[in-house]
Ligand binder design. Sequence first.
Ligand SMILES: CC(C)(COP(=O)(O)OP(=O)(O)OC[C@H]1O[C@@H](n2cnc3c(N)ncnc32)[C@H](O)[C@@H]1OP(=O)(O)O)[C@@H](O)C(=O)NCCC(=O)NCCS
Length: 183
Amino acid sequence: MEKNHMLEIRHARKDEAAQLGGVAELIFRDTFAPFNTEADMELYCAEAMSAEAFASDLDDPMSEILVAAEDGAIVAYAHIHRGEAPAVAGSAPAIELKRFYLLRGQHGTGLARRLMREVAGRSAALGAATLWLGVWEHNGRAIAFYRKLGFEEVGEQPFLLGTDLQRDLIMTVPLATLLATEH
Ligand SMILES: CC(C)(COP(=O)(O)OP(=O)(O)OC[C@H]1O[C@@H](n2cnc3c(N)ncnc32)[C@H](O)[C@@H]1OP(=O)(O)O)[C@@H](O)C(=O)NCCC(=O)NCCS
């Protein structure tokens, strides 16, 4: 794993579930609260961003969570999951990037690219050749970032945020493309 100045990228530890939940909820609210009702945000955060949810993810043998930590404080995380990939992801072994979240202060700093490179390295080590993800169709910044790195839209899937059924784009990229990018 990479270490640069005071910011290191490493696997999350099991005792970091609560900290991860706090950072995840902060980023999720910062990014999506303007577009959703508070009730839907509450419902989703309680289910997916609690310390319990992260404790269970950290225990899941099919999942890995990488964090970027600055002086011990988590400022970004990525969650990869070895599950069933949608047919549109292609026939090569594919791994899902379930979450890729940076605190706002880290946007545009190059950290996202560095973290993605670590994600690609771990995914390749797990035997995958393709990375796939779902991204909300109106998350313009994330879509632009993924495109910049070589991801392409291949389909769509529903995403339930609380009670609101939304449309996610499915994007994929060959790991070889991510591993070839400079950082
Ligand atoms: C998505 C995310 C990881 C991208 O990392 P980042 O450091 O912000 O990405 P970058 O700044 O390198 O690239 C974003 C690009 O989108 C562009 N952009 C910004 N806002 C945009 C918008 N509303 N629509 C389209 N493009 C936009 C930027 O100009 C930049 O392109 P450029 O480098 O050519 O100028 C980060 O913003 C993040 O964590 N966001 C909050 C959580 C999130 O949405 N995660 C993804 C969920 S699937």
